[in-house]
Design a binder for this molecule. Structure first.
Ligand SMILES: [Zn+2]
Length: 176
């Protein structure tokens, strides 16, 4: 995309993806103004990007260290990794009745992150027990609830029969 040149002829305030208004500069020569504007509108402002990066850093720092967390895992702890239809990796760790899940682009770091999430879910060793959330999807659930799921498409009394597929969701294994 060629850089715009010439004078700035207008400076309208345009809403970014985060909802903040930022000045969008119209140059006198700008072949790609429409594309630049579309990108401007579909991205967040610098302040919001910095803020969320800081929040992610703080949340990651609040989790116990990887080595420490892995050491804390009890005997019988189980970790499962699986690759999803969208190519991402999902990991599940179950120990002492607590299950945590997370998703990553690569499988290498998953077990360490799962261990950290597990220790965190158990309320262990958090430097601050404030409202800091982990930057990844966490789904702690009691092991009791994991007993014998009915197969997809089976008879259910609930209304959850026709569930639309979540974007990038995992396909249920075909029960052949
Ligand atoms: Zn913003």
């Amino acid at each position: 995309m060629a850089l715009p040149t010439g004078e700035i002829v207008a400076r309208p305030m345009v809403a970014r993806a985060c909802g903040c208004l930022n000045e969008f500069q119209h140059y006198s020569v700008d072949k790609y103004r429409t594309q630049r504007l579309a990108k401007f509108q579909s991205t967040r402002c610098a302040a919001c990007v910095a803020k969320s990066e800081e929040a992610i850093r703080a949340a990651a720092a609040a989790l116990p260290g990887k080595g420490e967390a892995i050491q804390a895992l009890p005997i019988g702890c189980q970790i499962a990794l699986a690759r999803r239809a969208d190519g991402k990796w999902t990991g599940t760790l179950t120990a002492d009745g607590t299950t945590v899940e997370t998703i990553a682009d690569w499988p290498q770091g998953l077990s360490g992150m799962l261990a950290r999430l597990w220790v965190s879910a158990r309320g262990g060793k958090l430097p601050e027990s404030g409202d800091v959330k982990a930057p990844v999807e966490v789904a702690p659930k009691p092991a009791a609830a994991s007993s014998a799921k009915p197969p997809a498409g089976g008879v259910k009394s609930s209304t959850g029969a026709a569930r639309p597929p979540a974007s990038g969701g995992v396909k249920p294994p075909a029960g052949k």
